[in-house]
Design a protein around this ligand. Structure first.
Ligand SMILES: Cc1cc2nc3c(=O)[nH]c(=O)nc-3n(C[C@H](O)[C@H](O)[C@H](O)COP(=O)(O)OP(=O)(O)OC[C@H]3O[C@@H](n4cnc5c(N)ncnc54)[C@H](O)[C@@H]3O)c2cc1C
Length: 508
Protein backbone atom coordinates (compact mmCIF):
# COMPACT_ATOMS: atom_id res chain seq x y z
CA UNK A 1 0.00 0.00 0.00
CA UNK A 2 1.48 3.39 -0.88
CA UNK A 3 2.11 5.88 1.89
CA UNK A 4 -0.67 8.28 0.86
CA UNK A 5 -3.30 5.55 0.81
CA UNK A 6 -2.10 4.28 4.19
CA UNK A 7 -2.34 7.79 5.59
CA UNK A 8 -5.86 8.23 4.19
CA UNK A 9 -6.99 4.96 5.78
CA UNK A 10 -5.59 6.04 9.14
CA UNK A 11 -7.40 9.40 8.90
CA UNK A 12 -10.67 7.70 7.92
CA UNK A 13 -10.36 5.32 10.86
CA UNK A 14 -9.76 8.25 13.18
CA UNK A 15 -12.86 10.01 11.82
CA UNK A 16 -14.92 6.86 12.32
CA UNK A 17 -13.85 6.68 15.99
CA UNK A 18 -14.49 10.40 16.48
CA UNK A 19 -18.00 10.12 15.05
CA UNK A 20 -18.92 6.92 16.86
CA UNK A 21 -17.76 8.29 20.25
CA UNK A 22 -19.74 11.43 19.62
CA UNK A 23 -22.83 9.51 18.46
CA UNK A 24 -22.71 7.37 21.62
CA UNK A 25 -22.38 10.43 23.85
CA UNK A 26 -25.35 12.14 22.20
CA UNK A 27 -27.47 9.03 22.43
CA UNK A 28 -26.57 8.60 26.10
CA UNK A 29 -27.37 12.23 26.89
CA UNK A 30 -30.59 12.48 24.90
CA UNK A 31 -32.04 9.00 25.31
CA UNK A 32 -30.63 7.44 28.46
CA UNK A 33 -29.62 10.03 31.02
CA UNK A 34 -32.38 12.46 30.13
CA UNK A 35 -35.85 12.17 28.88
CA UNK A 36 -35.58 13.47 25.33
CA UNK A 37 -39.10 14.92 25.58
CA UNK A 38 -38.07 17.11 28.49
CA UNK A 39 -34.83 18.23 26.86
CA UNK A 40 -36.64 19.44 23.78
CA UNK A 41 -39.68 21.08 25.33
CA UNK A 42 -37.82 23.34 27.77
CA UNK A 43 -35.84 26.41 26.78
CA UNK A 44 -32.04 26.27 26.75
CA UNK A 45 -29.92 23.25 27.54
CA UNK A 46 -28.88 22.05 31.02
CA UNK A 47 -25.24 23.22 31.40
CA UNK A 48 -23.96 19.73 32.12
CA UNK A 49 -25.51 18.41 28.89
CA UNK A 50 -23.77 21.12 26.88
CA UNK A 51 -20.53 20.44 28.77
CA UNK A 52 -20.74 16.73 28.04
CA UNK A 53 -21.45 17.41 24.35
CA UNK A 54 -18.54 19.84 24.03
CA UNK A 55 -16.20 17.41 25.83
CA UNK A 56 -16.29 15.36 22.62
CA UNK A 57 -14.81 18.39 20.84
CA UNK A 58 -17.29 18.46 17.93
CA UNK A 59 -16.26 22.03 17.12
CA UNK A 60 -12.64 20.93 16.61
CA UNK A 61 -13.83 19.81 13.15
CA UNK A 62 -13.93 23.52 12.26
CA UNK A 63 -10.51 24.43 13.71
CA UNK A 64 -7.20 24.17 11.80
CA UNK A 65 -4.78 21.53 13.12
CA UNK A 66 -2.03 24.09 13.86
CA UNK A 67 -4.35 25.53 16.53
CA UNK A 68 -5.26 22.17 18.05
CA UNK A 69 -8.26 21.34 15.88
CA UNK A 70 -8.96 18.41 13.56
CA UNK A 71 -7.93 20.43 10.53
CA UNK A 72 -11.08 21.96 8.98
CA UNK A 73 -11.74 19.03 6.64
CA UNK A 74 -15.12 19.62 5.01
CA UNK A 75 -16.31 15.99 5.19
CA UNK A 76 -15.49 15.91 8.91
CA UNK A 77 -17.47 19.06 9.65
CA UNK A 78 -20.43 17.85 7.61
CA UNK A 79 -20.47 14.35 9.06
CA UNK A 80 -20.28 15.81 12.59
CA UNK A 81 -23.30 18.03 11.77
CA UNK A 82 -25.13 15.01 10.35
CA UNK A 83 -24.44 12.93 13.46
CA UNK A 84 -25.73 15.79 15.61
CA UNK A 85 -28.90 16.46 13.65
CA UNK A 86 -29.97 12.81 13.69
CA UNK A 87 -30.26 13.25 17.45
CA UNK A 88 -31.23 16.91 17.63
CA UNK A 89 -31.78 19.50 14.90
CA UNK A 90 -31.44 22.47 17.30
CA UNK A 91 -28.13 21.11 18.62
CA UNK A 92 -26.90 20.68 15.06
CA UNK A 93 -27.86 24.27 14.29
CA UNK A 94 -25.88 25.31 17.37
CA UNK A 95 -22.84 23.46 15.99
CA UNK A 96 -23.47 24.88 12.50
CA UNK A 97 -23.63 28.45 13.79
CA UNK A 98 -20.37 28.01 15.71
CA UNK A 99 -18.68 26.36 12.76
CA UNK A 100 -19.87 27.97 9.57
CA UNK A 101 -20.76 31.40 10.92
CA UNK A 102 -17.89 31.91 13.33
CA UNK A 103 -14.95 29.47 13.29
CA UNK A 104 -14.59 29.01 9.51
CA UNK A 105 -14.71 32.78 8.81
CA UNK A 106 -12.09 33.33 11.55
CA UNK A 107 -9.93 30.50 10.13
CA UNK A 108 -10.04 32.01 6.65
CA UNK A 109 -9.84 35.72 7.41
CA UNK A 110 -8.53 36.19 10.97
CA UNK A 111 -5.06 37.45 11.95
CA UNK A 112 -2.61 34.87 13.31
CA UNK A 113 -2.41 36.07 16.93
CA UNK A 114 -6.15 36.44 17.14
CA UNK A 115 -6.72 32.94 15.77
CA UNK A 116 -4.32 31.52 18.34
CA UNK A 117 -6.27 33.13 21.18
CA UNK A 118 -9.79 32.46 19.86
CA UNK A 119 -9.24 28.85 18.77
CA UNK A 120 -7.37 28.15 22.01
CA UNK A 121 -10.44 29.27 23.96
CA UNK A 122 -12.70 27.01 21.89
CA UNK A 123 -10.46 23.98 22.34
CA UNK A 124 -9.49 24.45 26.00
CA UNK A 125 -12.42 26.35 27.51
CA UNK A 126 -15.21 25.08 25.24
CA UNK A 127 -16.18 28.62 24.20
CA UNK A 128 -18.89 29.32 21.64
CA UNK A 129 -19.43 31.97 18.94
CA UNK A 130 -22.19 33.36 16.72
CA UNK A 131 -22.80 35.90 13.96
CA UNK A 132 -24.78 39.12 14.09
CA UNK A 133 -25.98 40.43 10.75
CA UNK A 134 -29.75 40.94 10.97
CA UNK A 135 -31.26 44.19 12.27
CA UNK A 136 -34.90 44.91 13.11
CA UNK A 137 -35.35 47.07 9.97
CA UNK A 138 -32.89 45.23 7.71
CA UNK A 139 -33.18 41.46 7.29
CA UNK A 140 -33.21 40.25 3.69
CA UNK A 141 -31.64 43.54 2.61
CA UNK A 142 -28.76 43.13 5.06
CA UNK A 143 -26.38 45.14 2.88
CA UNK A 144 -28.30 48.23 3.98
CA UNK A 145 -27.66 47.53 7.67
CA UNK A 146 -27.37 50.63 9.87
CA UNK A 147 -24.77 49.41 12.36
CA UNK A 148 -21.66 51.49 11.71
CA UNK A 149 -17.96 51.26 12.56
CA UNK A 150 -15.22 53.85 12.84
CA UNK A 151 -11.51 53.44 13.64
CA UNK A 152 -10.07 55.55 16.42
CA UNK A 153 -6.45 56.02 15.29
CA UNK A 154 -5.19 56.86 18.79
CA UNK A 155 -6.46 53.76 20.54
CA UNK A 156 -6.26 51.60 17.37
CA UNK A 157 -9.73 50.34 18.18
CA UNK A 158 -12.92 50.25 16.14
CA UNK A 159 -16.04 51.57 17.79
CA UNK A 160 -19.24 49.92 16.58
CA UNK A 161 -22.81 50.92 17.38
CA UNK A 162 -26.14 49.52 16.27
CA UNK A 163 -29.07 47.23 16.96
CA UNK A 164 -29.02 43.53 16.02
CA UNK A 165 -31.60 40.82 16.49
CA UNK A 166 -32.29 37.10 15.95
CA UNK A 167 -28.63 36.10 16.29
CA UNK A 168 -28.44 32.45 17.40
CA UNK A 169 -26.85 32.10 20.89
CA UNK A 170 -27.97 35.58 21.98
CA UNK A 171 -26.70 36.28 25.50
CA UNK A 172 -24.84 32.99 25.48
CA UNK A 173 -21.96 33.16 22.98
CA UNK A 174 -18.49 33.97 24.29
CA UNK A 175 -17.53 35.51 20.93
CA UNK A 176 -19.48 37.37 18.28
CA UNK A 177 -18.71 38.06 14.69
CA UNK A 178 -20.21 41.53 14.39
CA UNK A 179 -21.03 43.02 11.00
CA UNK A 180 -21.17 46.75 10.34
CA UNK A 181 -20.78 49.33 7.58
CA UNK A 182 -17.98 51.89 7.58
CA UNK A 183 -18.75 55.48 8.59
CA UNK A 184 -17.07 58.19 6.50
CA UNK A 185 -15.81 61.54 7.83
CA UNK A 186 -19.30 63.02 7.49
CA UNK A 187 -20.76 60.19 9.56
CA UNK A 188 -22.48 58.66 6.49
CA UNK A 189 -22.59 54.88 6.09
CA UNK A 190 -20.45 53.54 3.24
CA UNK A 191 -21.21 50.47 1.09
CA UNK A 192 -18.60 48.01 2.29
CA UNK A 193 -19.23 45.60 5.16
CA UNK A 194 -16.72 44.85 7.92
CA UNK A 195 -16.60 41.75 10.15
CA UNK A 196 -15.24 42.15 13.69
CA UNK A 197 -14.52 39.55 16.37
CA UNK A 198 -15.91 40.72 19.69
CA UNK A 199 -15.29 38.96 22.98
CA UNK A 200 -18.49 39.11 25.02
CA UNK A 201 -16.55 39.51 28.28
CA UNK A 202 -15.37 42.92 26.98
CA UNK A 203 -18.96 44.13 27.40
CA UNK A 204 -20.99 46.44 25.18
CA UNK A 205 -23.69 44.04 23.99
CA UNK A 206 -26.87 44.48 25.97
CA UNK A 207 -29.71 42.03 25.43
CA UNK A 208 -32.74 44.34 25.45
CA UNK A 209 -35.22 41.51 25.03
CA UNK A 210 -35.17 37.73 24.79
CA UNK A 211 -37.55 36.43 22.16
CA UNK A 212 -40.05 33.67 22.82
CA UNK A 213 -38.93 31.69 19.76
CA UNK A 214 -41.59 29.19 18.74
CA UNK A 215 -39.20 26.30 18.11
CA UNK A 216 -35.46 25.60 18.35
CA UNK A 217 -36.01 26.07 22.09
CA UNK A 218 -32.46 25.03 22.86
CA UNK A 219 -31.21 28.27 21.27
CA UNK A 220 -31.68 31.73 22.76
CA UNK A 221 -32.66 34.60 20.44
CA UNK A 222 -33.33 38.26 21.12
CA UNK A 223 -32.60 41.89 20.37
CA UNK A 224 -29.19 43.33 21.21
CA UNK A 225 -28.05 46.90 21.63
CA UNK A 226 -24.48 47.04 20.38
CA UNK A 227 -21.95 49.60 21.56
CA UNK A 228 -18.55 47.94 21.45
CA UNK A 229 -14.83 48.65 21.03
CA UNK A 230 -12.81 46.12 19.01
CA UNK A 231 -8.99 46.16 18.65
CA UNK A 232 -8.05 46.69 14.99
CA UNK A 233 -6.33 43.29 14.79
CA UNK A 234 -9.71 41.66 15.57
CA UNK A 235 -11.14 42.80 12.23
CA UNK A 236 -11.36 40.05 9.60
CA UNK A 237 -9.13 40.84 6.63
CA UNK A 238 -10.94 40.43 3.28
CA UNK A 239 -8.89 39.32 0.30
CA UNK A 240 -10.66 41.98 -1.80
CA UNK A 241 -13.89 43.64 -0.61
CA UNK A 242 -15.93 43.03 2.53
CA UNK A 243 -19.02 42.25 0.45
CA UNK A 244 -17.10 39.51 -1.38
CA UNK A 245 -15.94 38.12 1.97
CA UNK A 246 -19.55 38.14 3.18
CA UNK A 247 -20.60 36.21 0.05
CA UNK A 248 -17.84 33.68 0.66
CA UNK A 249 -18.94 33.23 4.29
CA UNK A 250 -22.65 32.90 3.45
CA UNK A 251 -22.12 30.65 0.41
CA UNK A 252 -19.81 28.31 2.34
CA UNK A 253 -22.41 28.06 5.08
CA UNK A 254 -25.22 27.37 2.57
CA UNK A 255 -23.08 24.75 0.81
CA UNK A 256 -22.83 22.91 4.14
CA UNK A 257 -26.57 22.89 4.94
CA UNK A 258 -26.68 19.26 3.86
CA UNK A 259 -24.73 18.45 7.02
CA UNK A 260 -27.64 19.55 9.21
CA UNK A 261 -30.16 18.29 6.65
CA UNK A 262 -28.99 14.71 6.14
CA UNK A 263 -29.09 13.55 9.77
CA UNK A 264 -32.45 15.22 10.29
CA UNK A 265 -33.91 13.73 7.10
CA UNK A 266 -32.62 10.28 8.02
CA UNK A 267 -34.30 10.62 11.43
CA UNK A 268 -37.61 11.65 9.77
CA UNK A 269 -37.28 8.61 7.48
CA UNK A 270 -36.47 6.17 10.30
CA UNK A 271 -39.27 7.53 12.49
CA UNK A 272 -41.68 7.29 9.54
CA UNK A 273 -40.75 3.69 8.69
CA UNK A 274 -40.87 2.56 12.34
CA UNK A 275 -44.23 4.17 12.91
CA UNK A 276 -45.81 2.85 9.72
CA UNK A 277 -44.61 -0.69 10.36
CA UNK A 278 -46.08 -0.68 13.87
CA UNK A 279 -49.34 1.17 13.31
CA UNK A 280 -52.29 -0.91 12.14
CA UNK A 281 -55.25 0.82 10.49
CA UNK A 282 -58.14 -1.03 8.82
CA UNK A 283 -56.61 -4.38 9.70
CA UNK A 284 -53.25 -3.85 8.02
CA UNK A 285 -50.06 -2.04 8.73
CA UNK A 286 -49.80 1.52 7.41
CA UNK A 287 -46.65 0.40 5.63
CA UNK A 288 -48.80 -1.57 3.17
CA UNK A 289 -50.85 1.39 1.93
CA UNK A 290 -49.80 2.77 -1.44
CA UNK A 291 -50.19 6.43 -0.43
CA UNK A 292 -48.07 5.79 2.66
CA UNK A 293 -45.42 4.13 0.50
CA UNK A 294 -45.28 7.24 -1.66
CA UNK A 295 -44.68 9.44 1.38
CA UNK A 296 -41.94 7.12 2.66
CA UNK A 297 -40.35 6.93 -0.80
CA UNK A 298 -40.23 10.72 -0.87
CA UNK A 299 -38.62 10.80 2.59
CA UNK A 300 -36.05 8.32 1.32
CA UNK A 301 -35.45 10.49 -1.73
CA UNK A 302 -34.89 13.58 0.42
CA UNK A 303 -32.28 11.66 2.42
CA UNK A 304 -30.56 10.52 -0.79
CA UNK A 305 -30.51 14.04 -2.27
CA UNK A 306 -29.14 15.46 0.97
CA UNK A 307 -26.42 12.78 1.00
CA UNK A 308 -25.55 13.79 -2.56
CA UNK A 309 -25.24 17.40 -1.55
CA UNK A 310 -22.85 16.40 1.26
CA UNK A 311 -20.82 14.38 -1.19
CA UNK A 312 -20.66 17.35 -3.57
CA UNK A 313 -19.59 19.88 -0.93
CA UNK A 314 -17.12 17.52 0.74
CA UNK A 315 -15.52 16.72 -2.61
CA UNK A 316 -15.49 20.24 -4.08
CA UNK A 317 -15.32 22.79 -1.29
CA UNK A 318 -12.21 22.67 0.90
CA UNK A 319 -11.87 25.55 3.34
CA UNK A 320 -9.29 27.15 1.04
CA UNK A 321 -11.80 27.39 -1.84
CA UNK A 322 -13.18 30.90 -2.41
CA UNK A 323 -16.94 30.29 -2.63
CA UNK A 324 -17.98 33.88 -3.33
CA UNK A 325 -18.88 32.95 -6.92
CA UNK A 326 -20.49 29.59 -6.10
CA UNK A 327 -23.92 31.19 -5.77
CA UNK A 328 -25.79 28.70 -7.96
CA UNK A 329 -24.61 25.60 -6.10
CA UNK A 330 -24.89 27.24 -2.67
CA UNK A 331 -28.35 28.73 -3.20
CA UNK A 332 -29.69 25.51 -4.75
CA UNK A 333 -28.40 23.38 -1.88
CA UNK A 334 -29.69 25.67 0.86
CA UNK A 335 -33.16 26.25 -0.56
CA UNK A 336 -33.86 22.70 -1.77
CA UNK A 337 -32.53 20.95 1.35
CA UNK A 338 -34.41 23.25 3.74
CA UNK A 339 -37.62 22.83 1.71
CA UNK A 340 -37.14 19.06 1.98
CA UNK A 341 -36.47 19.28 5.71
CA UNK A 342 -39.77 21.02 6.33
CA UNK A 343 -41.64 18.88 3.82
CA UNK A 344 -40.28 15.75 5.52
CA UNK A 345 -41.48 16.91 8.92
CA UNK A 346 -44.94 17.69 7.47
CA UNK A 347 -45.07 14.23 5.94
CA UNK A 348 -44.01 12.51 9.16
CA UNK A 349 -46.67 14.52 11.01
CA UNK A 350 -49.31 13.34 8.52
CA UNK A 351 -48.26 9.72 8.87
CA UNK A 352 -48.13 9.79 12.66
CA UNK A 353 -51.54 11.42 12.95
CA UNK A 354 -52.87 13.02 16.12
CA UNK A 355 -50.16 11.84 18.48
CA UNK A 356 -47.61 13.74 16.39
CA UNK A 357 -49.38 16.94 17.44
CA UNK A 358 -48.22 16.62 21.04
CA UNK A 359 -45.66 19.26 21.96
CA UNK A 360 -43.14 16.58 22.88
CA UNK A 361 -43.55 14.41 19.77
CA UNK A 362 -40.71 14.53 17.28
CA UNK A 363 -43.08 15.05 14.32
CA UNK A 364 -44.69 18.27 15.51
CA UNK A 365 -41.49 19.53 17.05
CA UNK A 366 -39.56 18.94 13.83
CA UNK A 367 -42.21 20.85 11.88
CA UNK A 368 -41.66 23.91 14.05
CA UNK A 369 -37.89 23.48 14.32
CA UNK A 370 -37.28 23.05 10.59
CA UNK A 371 -39.48 25.95 9.43
CA UNK A 372 -37.05 28.84 10.04
CA UNK A 373 -34.37 27.07 7.98
CA UNK A 374 -36.43 28.23 4.97
CA UNK A 375 -36.14 31.83 6.19
CA UNK A 376 -32.69 32.40 7.70
CA UNK A 377 -29.42 32.67 5.76
CA UNK A 378 -31.36 33.83 2.71
CA UNK A 379 -35.12 33.51 2.46
CA UNK A 380 -35.86 30.65 0.05
CA UNK A 381 -38.20 32.81 -2.07
CA UNK A 382 -35.31 35.18 -2.70
CA UNK A 383 -32.76 32.41 -3.25
CA UNK A 384 -34.97 30.78 -5.89
CA UNK A 385 -35.20 34.11 -7.70
CA UNK A 386 -31.41 34.43 -7.55
CA UNK A 387 -30.96 30.89 -8.91
CA UNK A 388 -32.94 31.77 -12.05
CA UNK A 389 -31.20 35.13 -12.39
CA UNK A 390 -27.85 33.41 -12.17
CA UNK A 391 -28.82 30.89 -14.88
CA UNK A 392 -30.19 33.67 -17.11
CA UNK A 393 -26.95 35.61 -16.74
CA UNK A 394 -24.92 32.57 -17.76
CA UNK A 395 -27.27 31.92 -20.70
CA UNK A 396 -26.94 35.49 -21.89
CA UNK A 397 -23.17 35.25 -21.67
CA UNK A 398 -23.28 32.03 -23.67
CA UNK A 399 -25.73 33.69 -26.14
CA UNK A 400 -28.14 30.83 -25.50
CA UNK A 401 -31.91 31.26 -25.27
CA UNK A 402 -33.01 27.60 -25.17
CA UNK A 403 -33.05 26.31 -21.60
CA UNK A 404 -32.38 22.65 -22.43
CA UNK A 405 -29.44 23.55 -24.70
CA UNK A 406 -27.91 25.47 -21.81
CA UNK A 407 -28.58 22.89 -19.08
CA UNK A 408 -27.11 19.98 -21.03
CA UNK A 409 -23.75 21.72 -21.34
CA UNK A 410 -23.55 23.29 -17.89
CA UNK A 411 -21.42 21.47 -15.32
CA UNK A 412 -23.99 21.65 -12.48
CA UNK A 413 -26.83 20.30 -14.62
CA UNK A 414 -25.22 18.26 -17.44
CA UNK A 415 -26.27 14.80 -16.17
CA UNK A 416 -29.77 15.74 -15.03
CA UNK A 417 -30.65 17.77 -18.14
CA UNK A 418 -31.42 14.75 -20.36
CA UNK A 419 -34.35 13.84 -18.08
CA UNK A 420 -35.99 17.16 -18.96
CA UNK A 421 -35.19 17.24 -22.64
CA UNK A 422 -38.78 18.00 -23.59
CA UNK A 423 -40.04 20.00 -20.66
CA UNK A 424 -37.12 22.45 -20.77
CA UNK A 425 -36.98 22.71 -24.54
CA UNK A 426 -38.17 26.31 -24.72
CA UNK A 427 -36.75 29.81 -25.11
CA UNK A 428 -36.64 31.69 -21.83
CA UNK A 429 -37.94 35.19 -21.48
CA UNK A 430 -35.08 37.18 -19.99
CA UNK A 431 -37.57 39.70 -18.59
CA UNK A 432 -39.94 37.35 -16.74
CA UNK A 433 -42.01 38.46 -13.75
CA UNK A 434 -40.57 37.91 -10.28
CA UNK A 435 -43.03 35.11 -9.47
CA UNK A 436 -41.85 33.25 -12.58
CA UNK A 437 -38.22 33.73 -11.62
CA UNK A 438 -39.07 32.10 -8.30
CA UNK A 439 -41.08 29.27 -9.88
CA UNK A 440 -38.39 28.46 -12.40
CA UNK A 441 -35.76 28.72 -9.65
CA UNK A 442 -37.57 26.02 -7.67
CA UNK A 443 -37.24 23.69 -10.65
CA UNK A 444 -33.65 24.71 -11.46
CA UNK A 445 -32.50 24.28 -7.85
CA UNK A 446 -33.87 20.74 -7.90
CA UNK A 447 -32.24 20.01 -11.28
CA UNK A 448 -28.91 21.07 -9.75
CA UNK A 449 -29.38 18.80 -6.73
CA UNK A 450 -30.60 15.96 -8.98
CA UNK A 451 -27.35 16.33 -10.92
CA UNK A 452 -25.47 15.90 -7.63
CA UNK A 453 -27.62 12.84 -6.89
CA UNK A 454 -26.71 11.26 -10.25
CA UNK A 455 -23.04 11.94 -9.51
CA UNK A 456 -23.45 10.32 -6.08
CA UNK A 457 -24.85 7.25 -7.85
CA UNK A 458 -21.90 7.20 -10.28
CA UNK A 459 -19.59 7.12 -7.24
CA UNK A 460 -21.11 3.94 -5.85
CA UNK A 461 -23.98 5.01 -3.54
CA UNK A 462 -26.88 2.53 -3.21
CA UNK A 463 -28.21 2.38 -6.79
CA UNK A 464 -31.80 1.53 -5.76
CA UNK A 465 -31.92 4.60 -3.55
CA UNK A 466 -30.53 6.77 -6.35
CA UNK A 467 -32.91 5.47 -9.02
CA UNK A 468 -35.92 5.87 -6.73
CA UNK A 469 -34.80 9.37 -5.88
CA UNK A 470 -34.49 10.25 -9.57
CA UNK A 471 -38.07 9.07 -10.12
CA UNK A 472 -39.30 11.26 -7.25
CA UNK A 473 -37.28 14.24 -8.45
CA UNK A 474 -38.49 13.89 -12.04
CA UNK A 475 -42.13 13.99 -10.97
CA UNK A 476 -41.54 16.94 -8.70
CA UNK A 477 -39.47 18.94 -11.21
CA UNK A 478 -41.87 18.37 -14.12
CA UNK A 479 -44.71 19.59 -11.88
CA UNK A 480 -42.74 22.73 -11.05
CA UNK A 481 -41.88 23.40 -14.70
CA UNK A 482 -45.53 23.12 -15.70
CA UNK A 483 -46.49 25.51 -12.86
CA UNK A 484 -43.93 27.92 -14.32
CA UNK A 485 -45.18 27.40 -17.89
CA UNK A 486 -48.84 28.05 -17.07
CA UNK A 487 -49.43 31.68 -17.82
CA UNK A 488 -51.92 32.33 -15.03
CA UNK A 489 -50.82 35.37 -13.04
CA UNK A 490 -53.47 36.11 -10.43
CA UNK A 491 -53.27 39.66 -9.12
CA UNK A 492 -53.95 40.90 -5.64
CA UNK A 493 -57.21 42.81 -5.39
CA UNK A 494 -57.07 45.97 -3.29
CA UNK A 495 -60.15 46.68 -1.15
CA UNK A 496 -61.17 43.07 -1.59
CA UNK A 497 -64.01 43.46 0.91
CA UNK A 498 -66.33 45.03 -1.74
CA UNK A 499 -69.00 42.45 -2.73
CA UNK A 500 -66.96 39.76 -1.06
CA UNK A 501 -69.47 38.49 1.50
CA UNK A 502 -71.05 35.20 0.43
CA UNK A 503 -73.58 35.62 3.23
CA UNK A 504 -75.05 38.76 1.60
CA UNK A 505 -75.71 36.71 -1.54
CA UNK A 506 -77.69 33.90 0.07
CA UNK A 507 -81.36 34.29 -0.97
CA UNK A 508 -82.98 31.74 1.30
C1 LIG B 1 -34.57 30.91 14.00
C2 LIG B 1 -33.84 32.02 13.36
C3 LIG B 1 -32.44 32.07 13.45
C4 LIG B 1 -31.72 33.15 12.92
N1 LIG B 1 -30.37 33.20 13.10
C5 LIG B 1 -29.70 34.33 12.75
C6 LIG B 1 -28.32 34.52 13.10
O1 LIG B 1 -27.70 33.65 13.72
N2 LIG B 1 -27.72 35.69 12.77
C7 LIG B 1 -28.38 36.69 12.12
O2 LIG B 1 -27.78 37.72 11.85
N3 LIG B 1 -29.68 36.52 11.75
C8 LIG B 1 -30.35 35.39 12.06
N4 LIG B 1 -31.69 35.25 11.74
C9 LIG B 1 -32.38 36.30 11.01
C10 LIG B 1 -32.65 35.89 9.56
O3 LIG B 1 -31.46 35.81 8.84
C11 LIG B 1 -33.66 36.89 8.97
O4 LIG B 1 -34.88 36.62 9.60
C12 LIG B 1 -33.77 36.77 7.47
O5 LIG B 1 -32.63 37.31 6.85
C13 LIG B 1 -35.01 37.50 6.93
O6 LIG B 1 -35.06 38.80 7.42
P1 LIG B 1 -36.42 39.35 8.09
O7 LIG B 1 -36.85 38.39 9.11
O8 LIG B 1 -36.18 40.77 8.49
O9 LIG B 1 -37.50 39.28 6.95
P2 LIG B 1 -37.77 40.30 5.73
O10 LIG B 1 -36.49 40.80 5.17
O11 LIG B 1 -38.79 41.28 6.16
O12 LIG B 1 -38.41 39.28 4.69
C14 LIG B 1 -39.59 38.56 5.01
C15 LIG B 1 -40.09 37.88 3.76
O13 LIG B 1 -40.42 38.84 2.79
C16 LIG B 1 -40.21 38.31 1.51
N5 LIG B 1 -39.22 39.14 0.81
C17 LIG B 1 -38.27 39.94 1.34
N6 LIG B 1 -37.56 40.53 0.37
C18 LIG B 1 -38.09 40.13 -0.81
C19 LIG B 1 -37.80 40.37 -2.17
N7 LIG B 1 -36.78 41.16 -2.54
N8 LIG B 1 -38.56 39.76 -3.10
C20 LIG B 1 -39.56 38.94 -2.76
N9 LIG B 1 -39.88 38.65 -1.49
C21 LIG B 1 -39.15 39.23 -0.52
C22 LIG B 1 -39.67 36.89 1.69
O14 LIG B 1 -40.75 35.97 1.66
C23 LIG B 1 -39.10 36.94 3.09
O15 LIG B 1 -39.05 35.66 3.71
C24 LIG B 1 -32.42 34.17 12.23
C25 LIG B 1 -33.81 34.10 12.10
C26 LIG B 1 -34.52 33.05 12.64
C27 LIG B 1 -36.01 33.00 12.50
Amino acid sequence: MDFQLQEKKAVDKDLTYFLSDYRERLSELFNERNNEDELVTTRGLPPYVLRKVLECNPLSAFIPSEYGGRGCVTKEAMSMLQTTSYQSLPLSLMMGINGALFLQPVANYGEEDVKKRVFGKFIKEKNMGGLMITEPDYGSDALRMQTGFKLDEDSDQYSIQGLKHWAGLTGWADFWLMTARGLDDKGELTRDIGFFIHESSNGGIEVEEYYENMGLLMLPYGRNKVDIEVPSSYRLQPKSTGVKMMLDILHRSRLQFGGMGTGFLQRMLDEGIDHCKERFVGGKSLFEYDQVKERLANLQSYFTVSSAVNYFTSSNVPLSEDTSRMDLAANSIKSVITDYMHEASQSLMQLVGAKGYKMSHIAGRSMVDSRPFQIFEGSNDILYQQITESVLKKMKRAKQTNLYEFLKDYSLTEYAAEHFKESTNFDVNYKMAQRNLVKLGRALGRIVTMNMTIQLGQSGFNSDMVSNSIKSLKGEINGLISAYSSNESPDIIDNYEDSSSWLDLVKA
